[in-house]
Write a protein that binds this ligand. Structure first.
Ligand code: TPS
Length: 512
């Protein structure tokens, strides 16, 4: 048997088969179309039926030269001479499993916590061959699961610990709620912090087992896994010249769909119009799909909104599924525990072209932690710390991260848009390139409403007028333009009221 290929790992379940299909017929379709490793997982089947099924499955897997792994039942794995065994945290302890099956069989373990990586590092090579990392997202398949979905960020934490503990003999598959609409970004976002390790494959149950056309479902999954890079959006500016982004804003007049707080709604709409974009403010889930199908639409998601978290997540999923860009403003990231939970859920729900926040927000999202005063940053972190935090956000979420402050920081985590399976991106977070945007200190920005939120509006318009490869440039240009307009308004205004008006005027003039 050749070395196991973990690219597409199918776990079976006979309780979710569509009418007219059997476990074996679904398995055959999967194998014919590109499943690379199989696990027979029957939770409520008696031993006799399990063995009969396992023998049939083995015949099929042998035909395709694909390893067959048995879930939980070491006796059955040995009885049918399967390629290996998979056990969970509550099953027979791993050292016993290894003793029972001998040194040659593949042994897999379900892992969800970094401490479990410490355990397998302690065991050393020769004990476990691979781990199933999850659950990544909510799954209907494992009804007894008490686990809170870890998201790609959680997968990255496991990969990081594997690197720290030098567990290079361990292969990894991500599992739990994986479907065509999220696999690309799970592969793209799951990276160890040193940039040297991504997942080796994905594992799933329902996407194939419950499919009316398991062959077609498998082909779709293989196609996504074969892509060499992640696409943030389609239908971006045809013109790849980054010098023309500002012109493209005028030409394409992006539709900026704002889901934002009430204070920002009116001002944000005026800012969008001033720079040549069309604003729409909507929290009506039923129209999200229509909105994101309008050419040159972009979503600005500001979590300071009063909308329900389900609506925010629905918006993220809809825009991601139509390959339209999203700019996220995680307002008051950790100002309260309710906001923290909401922001974490939204961050885990999708892929963002840009994540923009003040220092407190970016420190929070980065995991470095940061003090917040309400939704405002306490602002006492050094430039080095702020850069480090912004790089971490860009790296963890594979996005362009913006940290606003006296000096604005923009970091490119989308560099080369690589999403390789089975290897790292090759750069660590500290290697990510960044741009510092220094401008005159304009305290009046802090004396009007929604000035930070409106930078999000400008960023959204510029991102939408760029394309997959020029998101970073677009964001840098947007921040520069906004700051320039602020500086000019500051020079002409009489106070905060006319600053607001002059800011709009100068955005209008600078965007021309
Ligand atoms: C390789 N496990 C975690 S989530 C899940 C299962 C069965 C259900 C996913 O279903 N890793 C491996 N094998 C396992 N059996 C587990 C983990 C445990 P769906 O894809 O339908 O969401």
């Amino acid at each position: 048997m050749k070395a196991a290929d973990y690219t597409l790992y199918l776990v079976t379940d006979s309780t979710m088969l569509p009418e007219g299909k059997t476990l074996i017929s679904q398995l055959a379709e999967g194998l014919k179309n590109g499943v690379t490793i199989v696990q027979l997982r029957e939770k409520d089947t008696d031993a006799k039926t399990f063995v009969a099924l396992a023998l049939e499955a083995k015949k099929l897997c042998d035909h395709y030269n694909v390893p067959l792994i048995i879930n939980d039942r070491v006796d059955i794995a040995l009885a049918i001479d399967a390629s290996g065994i998979h056990v969970g945290q509550d099953d027979i302890p791993i050292p016993m499993v290894r003793k029972l099956v001998g040194p040659e069989k593949i042994v897999g373990w379900s892992v969800g916590k970094v401490e479990e990586v410490d355990q397998l590092a302690e065991w050393g090579p020769g004990m476990i061959n691979y781990i199933g990392v999850g659950t990544v997202f909510d799954t209907q398949t494992k009804k007894d699961s008490k686990k809170i979905p870890m998201g790609p960020e959680g997968v990255s934490r496991i990969l990081t610990r594997l690197q720290e503990k030098k567990c290079d003999w361990i292969k990894t598959v991500a599992i739990g709620g994986l479907h065509p609409d999220n696999i690309s970004r799970v592969v793209y976002q799951s990276q160890s912090l040193d940039g040297k390790r991504s997942i080796d494959g994905i594992s799933l149950v329902s996407d194939i087992m419950a499919s009316d056309d398991a062959g077609q479902s498998t082909r779709i999954l293989r196609e996504i896994l074969a892509e060499k890079s992640h696409h943030f959006f389609e239908g971006g500016a045809a013109d790849k010249n980054t010098a023309n982004i500002k012109e493209n804003v005028q030409k394409l007049s992006p539709l900026i769909h704002h889901i934002t707080n009430r204070v920002h709604q009116n001002f944000g709409a005026n800012v969008a119009l001033a720079i040549g974009c069309s604003p729409i403010m909507s929290e009506v889930a039923a129209e999200f799909e229509d909105l994101c199908k309008i050419p040159h639409s972009v979503l600005l998601l500001n979590t300071g909104t009063v909308a329900d978290v389900g609506i925010l997540i629905h918006a993220v999923k809809t825009y991601n599924s139509q390959k339209r860009p999203i700019v996220l403003d995680p307002v008051g990231f950790s100002a309260s525990s309710a906001r923290l939970i909401l922001n974490k859920k939204v961050l885990s729900a999708g892929q963002f072209a840009c994540i923009k926040g003040n220092t407190g927000e970016i420190m929070g999202v980065s995991g470095l932690g940061g003090a917040m005063k309400g939704v405002d940053s306490s602002g006492d972190d050094s430039l080095e710390t702020r850069i480090e935090a912004t790089q971490l956000v860009a790296f963890k979420y594979r996005t362009v991260a913006v940290c606003t402050g006296e000096i604005d920081i923009v970091v490119d985590g989308t560099a080369s848009l690589k999403r390789p399976l089975q290897s790292g991106v090759g750069v660590s977070s500290a290697d990510l390139s960044y741009e510092l945007i220094k401008s005159e200190n304009v305290p009046l920005f802090g004396r009007i409403t929604a000035s930070g939120c409106s930078l999000g509006t400008v960023i959204a318009g510029f991102v939408c007028a760029a394309n997959d490869e020029s998101i970073f440039t677009a964001v840098v240009q947007a921040v520069t333009l906004y700051k320039l307009a602020g500086t000019r308004a500051n020079a002409t205004c009489k106070g905060s009221g006319s600053f607001l008006v002059d800011l709009i005027d100068n955005l209008y003039l600078a965007a021309e």
